[in-house]
Write a protein that binds this ligand. Structure first.
Ligand code: N01
Length: 543
């Protein structure tokens, strides 16, 4: 019988570790963690299955991929030199620009030398006798580390639904979240795009400019507002750079950890005409900040309906065909799913070479040799693109075989949804940290800001452990239960729990329905994180 790498491993003494920490994932979060560990004098190795840094921004190379948080905020703030020297080109950065930025940071701080690329961490087991993690890679390497740090991303476990006849299709198949590095030629091709989330919304308008025909297969429509992306002028950049620290400080005071024009007024505080003017103004600002027009869009259903009505008016000015407009109109709470920021999305449906196919009844039935069958009709296609989303928040953690104390696996622990203490720690999984994921503001805050705050908190914690000669830290079940209750309380106060979305995991069959990120706001979250540290890591058992 073949022995596994773990069988060959013999538990060693407490000091016999290969590195202090193993970090999984080399996106924004992982590379900051690596930097922070090095600053603290810890040895570390980072692993990533990609051939370079970037995480989400490495894989999602599809045409039009772009961030929905402004570039001058979606960037690191730990170094004044770094934030002063980098010049963002657009209000919302494109994938190539963000990837170039991450590569620049990795090179500038010489981080690549501790990253092993093209290597996936498949298994991690806590060794209770020695307070360390035994980590195995798909390259059969076994590493013993005191700390195991997950920085695997919230939207990094792509979903590709299985359809009958998949192997019969003779054309090209792509997936937005696993897009190739080589350019894809759409010229003269009939392209089928499955899905109508952000990835489809960003890519379809560009693809339709080259393709002979685009068929967009939509099961559920989404609310899209114009991103109002534009090049950043020197004046835009200089204004922020003249007091970047102050600008970041203001962002820290926001629930979402980013700066935007926000009004502390109800929809019903303004008479209809002024309400409309406010919404017009927000429409011109565009993107996620559109939601800043009023403070009750996501808490009051009547306020929400008003805004949804406004959205419909604006989109009806764009889409010429009323039937298409009806199909594009969601029947749900505005902004319940993550609001999509688009460029020429609705305009695209006025083109002769674009067809919106409603698949809300039977869905995609099968792939065929020459295309696919949906809603009883055959479509001839040269290319099929899956824009079908992710097993978000937890999928990138649970696809690794992680076994904590007492032999409990992460799959068992999270069978009924994620349980965490501050999102950072999971009771029963000592010396493991989970960054920018379930239980923390993560996707509801600026991810890069969250990555730095988590990296600093973990770095400080490890320094505290070292200074006090502790080798083991584990969240108490009570602290975790209290935090779970707070995560749920905050979610229940928002309309966002009311619809199906990847926030609640409903896009994955069989997944427990739990609103995974912490929606209680950035300031209360970081205040609690600081208090925990100041009180000697309250809520943790240290040993
Ligand atoms: O994924 P999604 P996404 N048959 O889950 C459909 C971030 N992001 O990659 O809604 C047919 O939103 C599914 O239909 P339905 C951002 O946070 C950001 O587009 O389940 N269709 C849906 O339409 C975003 O929210 C940007 O009925 C199927 C689509 O696939 C998140 O990533 C850009 C299907 C999936 O939409 C996810 O966005 C891109 C099936 N079997 C991504 N299965 C920015 O703008 C699924 N679908 C920053």
């Amino acid at each position: 019988m073949n022995s596994t790498a773990a069988d060959r491993y013999t538990p060693l003494t407490k000091t016999a570790i290969d590195v202090d920490a193993v970090v999984v994932g080399a996106g924004f979060t992982g590379i900051y963690m690596l930097y922070r560990l090095r600053q603290g004098g810890f040895t570390a190795r980072c692993f990533d299955s990609a051939s370079g840094v970037g995480g989400t921004w490495y894989w999602n190379r599809y045409p039009g991929a772009r961030c929905d948080i402004e570039s001058m905020q979606y960037s690191y703030q730990f170094s004044e030199e770094l934030q002063q020297e980098w010049r963002w080109k657009e209000r919302y950065a494109s994938q190539p620009e963000i990837l170039a930025y991450i590569e620049h940071v990795a090179e500038r701080y010489d981080l690549n030398r501790d990253i092993t690329f093209n290597t996936r961490v498949g298994k991690a087991t806590f060794d209770e006798d020695n307070d360390l993690w035994v980590i195995e890679t798909d390259e059969s390497e076994v590493i013993r580390a005191r700390y195991f740090i997950m920085s695997v991303g919230c939207l990094s476990a792509p979903i590709r639904p299985k359809f009958d006849g998949e192997n019969d299709f003779r054309g090209e198949i792509y997936q937005t979240s696993l897009w190739p590095k080589e350019p894809v030629d759409f010229t003269g091709k009939r392209v089928g795009i499955i899905g109508s989330g952000s990835s489809a919304i960003q890519s379809a308008p560009l693809i339709s400019q080259e393709a002979a025909h685009v068929y967009l297969y939509q099961r559920t429509p989404n609310f899209v507002v114009p991103s109002q992306n534009r090049p950043l002028s020197d004046e835009d950049v200089d204004l922020i750079k003249s007091d970047y620290k102050g600008f970041r400080r203001q962002a820290y005071a926001e629930n979402s950890a980013f700066n935007f024009l926000r009004y502390d007024q109800s929809v019903f505080d303004l008479p209809p005409e002024e309400r409309r003017e406010r919404l017009d103004q927000q429409w011109e600002i565009g993107g996620l900040p559109f939601l800043g027009g009023f403070n009750d869009i996501l808490t009051n259903e009547d306020a929400n309906k008003e805004v949804a009505g406004y959205w419909r008016d604006r989109v009806s000015e764009i889409v010429k065909d009323d039937e298409v407009l009806d199909r594009l109109t969601p029947d749900e709470i505005f902004g319940c799913k993550r609001l999509c920021a688009g460029t020429n999305y609705y305009e695209m449906f006025n083109r002769d070479n674009v067809t919106l196919v409603d698949i809300s009844n039977k869905g995609i039935e099968m792939l065929t040799e020459s295309g696919l069958r949906a809603e009883g009709k055959d479509y001839n296609l040269d290319m099929i693109i899956y824009a079908t989303g992710f097993d978000a928040m937890t999928g990138s953690v649970t696809r690794i075989e992680i076994t904590g104390a007492n032999g409990q696996t992460i799959q068992e622990k999270w069978a009924d949804g994620p349980h965490t203490y501050m999102g950072l720690s999971i009771a029963g999984f000592p010396n493991m940290f989970n960054m920018v994921s379930a239980g923390s503001p993560s996707v509801l805050a600026t991810m890069v800001t969250c990555a730095e705050q988590h990296g600093d908190w973990i770095g400080d914690c490890l320094e505290y452990m070292r200074a006090n000669s502790y080798t083991r830290i584990d969240a108490t079940p009570q602290a975790e239960a209290d935090w779970d209750a707070e995560v749920n309380r905050a979610a229940d106060a928002s309309l966002r729990v009311k619809c199906d979305s990847w926030y609640v995991g409903s896009n994955v069959e069989g997944k427990a329905r739990v609103f995974a990120p912490y929606i209680g706001g950035w300031p209360p979250y970081i205040t609690k994180c600081m208090a925990i540290a100041q009180n000697g890591y309250e809520g943790f058992d240290l040993g």
